[in-house]
Design a protein around this ligand. Structure first.
Ligand SMILES: [Zn+2]
Length: 502
């Protein structure tokens, strides 16, 4: 998280000079693997964020002297549970840095592993396996979110598209949570809205995962918009449209073009900021504010921060520093949505695979006024992860439903920025791949701590990280309350929880 301090009073926003805030940051565009001169792994990502922070501090000094900044970046803070996990083993503690960025959406390059080894095998199979191995194991699973990549033009096998099969495998077996498509690298720029590419996007919609498209010009943006429109008008795509969300990486590299904003008026289309730097950055945000401001959607819910590391590097700081500047037309809540909220809302559900079973949930509740029981339980779970039978598929904090992201409160008043670091879901998977569960910790009214063990499949699985009863669904909530037990003694509850996890 980035810690910032107001450089002057902002009475119309209720902010005083010296007030400090912490902004959670998600990088929505990041590559891992190997492609020609490019090579990146989790530790490479964290090193890059450390470098980005170093460069940002230097640049912010100049900007402060020129009185450009309204908020001064003053430090970094790691989410407590994530850093506690990293600190639990010496070799993990060595990579416990770079906390300018809290979460990273990771996908393959067009890399050395992407070429199929035999006929009928999908492109990117090995690349997707590598993304899985980096993003769904402790400790990196607390920071990284893996997306798959496929080549729609891989052809068919037994009447099925090879790319669709690979996408299914990536989601069902690997638990990857989104899809990256690159029309230029995989040579389907002219057929984005037709045939195989359309089938792949349709499948992603049915699976309910977001699709991020590389877009380097406005023609590609227009074609993607046409694709979404044609699916919307196709009765065959009803299920796909329900789950479809499309992200235009690089904003089409044309932040001033009105056609970009015509696309963004579509409720299913979003844009990501990587490659934009220098003068592009104000053009993007001012245009979005002006052109989307009048539409019913909030303009700042349409833009996601991304770096495109390792193709690009420290120019990403231009976006962050602009959000802290006097020129940015939005509030801190708008900045927080761009920096993290929108990406988290699009990813939405925690890691799971078809390894999970379908059983009713079990909830255990206990009074926990001083958070001692919660912190104790966290220590116990980390112990299970470092030594025991469990691995961590993901750690996801609960978020407010889209459209309700709050204005961040200053650190002296709790520092809440929308990401609820006291309520979260741990995806636990057994190391011998026989069991998988969601362990959901929630703070409930009256200082109650609730721990729920959930199956990752079936009717009573957790579909969303949005913390609101109307989003969670009646079936799930009813089933939880039917299987809920309140404990008077913390020791009794803790031992019950550990029994469920053993
Ligand atoms: Zn990229």
């Amino acid at each position: 998280m980035l810690v910032i301090r107001a450089v002057e009073d902002l009475p119309n926003r209720g902010i005083k000079k010296g007030d400090e805030f912490q902004l959670y940051i998600v990088d929505a565009h990041h590559h891992m693997g190997r492609e020609k001169g490019h090579k990146n792994t989790p530790s490479g990502a964290y090193d890059f964020y450390a470098q980005l922070w170093f460069e940002m501090q230097k640049k912010s000094e100049t900007l402060l002297n020129e009185e450009h900044l309204l908020f001064e970046p003053i430090g970094l803070a790691a989410p407590k549970l994530a850093t506690k996990l990293f600190q639990s083993r010496p070799n993990w503690a060595r990579v416990d840095h770079g906390w300018l960025v809290d979460r990273t959406i990771v996908f393959p390059y067009t890399d050395d592993y992407s070429i199929p080894s035999s006929k009928g095998e999908p492109s990117f199979k090995v690349s997707n396996d590598k993304i899985w191995s980096w993003t769904t194991r402790a400790p990196h699973s607390s920071r990284l979110i893996g997306f798959a990549r496929v080549n729609p033009l891989d052809g068919s096998l037994d009447g099925n598209l090879i790319a669709v099969k690979e996408l299914d495998r990536s989601v069902f077996s690997l638990g990857l949570r989104g899809l990256k498509l690159h029309p230029l690298a995989q040579l389907f720029v002219d057929s984005i809205d037709k045939n195989e590419p359309r089938e792949v996007v349709k499948r992603a919609g049915e699976l309910g995962i977001p699709v991020i498209f590389d877009t380097r010009n406005i023609r590609t943006v227009v074609r993607i918009k046409r694709l979404v429109d044609s699916m919307r008008n196709d009765p065959d795509c009803g299920a796909a449209i329900k789950g479809l969300r499309v992200i235009l990486a690089h904003c089409g590299m044309t932040p001033g073009d009105s056609r970009l904003y015509e696309a963004l008026k579509d409720p299913l289309i979003f844009a990501e900021t990587s490659t934009l730097h220098d003068k592009d950055v104000p053009v993007l945000f001012e245009s979005a504010y002006e052109r989307l401001g009048a539409s019913p959607i909030n303009w700042s819910e349409k833009i996601l921060f991304g770096t495109d590391f390792s193709f690009l590097s420290v120019q990403a700081m231009d976006v962050i520093l602009y959000l802290l500047s006097r020129d940015f037309p939005g509030t801190l809540a708008d900045a927080q949505r761009v920096l993290a909220g929108n990406a988290l809302s699009l990813v939405q559900s925690p890691y799971r695979t078809t390894m999970g079973s379908s059983e009713p949930p079990i909830e255990l509740i206990c009074k926990d006024e001083s958070f001692t029981i919660q912190h104790d339980l966290e220590d116990q779970i980390i112990k299970l992860l470092t030594g025991g039978i469990w691995d961590l598929g993901s750690l996801d904090f609960m978020i407010p439903p889209l459209g309700t992201w709050p204005e961040p409160s200053c650190i002296s008043k709790g520092g809440f920025n929308g990401v609820d670091m006291e309520s979260y879901v741990l995806s636990l998977k057994s190391k011998e791949k026989s069991k998988e569960m969601h362990f959901w910790i929630r703070r409930r009214p009256d200082s109650l701590l609730s721990c729920t063990v959930l199956s990752t499949q079936g009717m009573t699985r957790l579909e969303t990280l949005e913390n609101a009863s109307q989003k969670l669904g009646q079936v799930l909530l009813k089933s939880i309350s039917d299987h809920s037990q309140t404990y008077q003694s913390s020791r009794e509850m803790e031992s019950e929880v550990l029994k469920l996890l053993s």
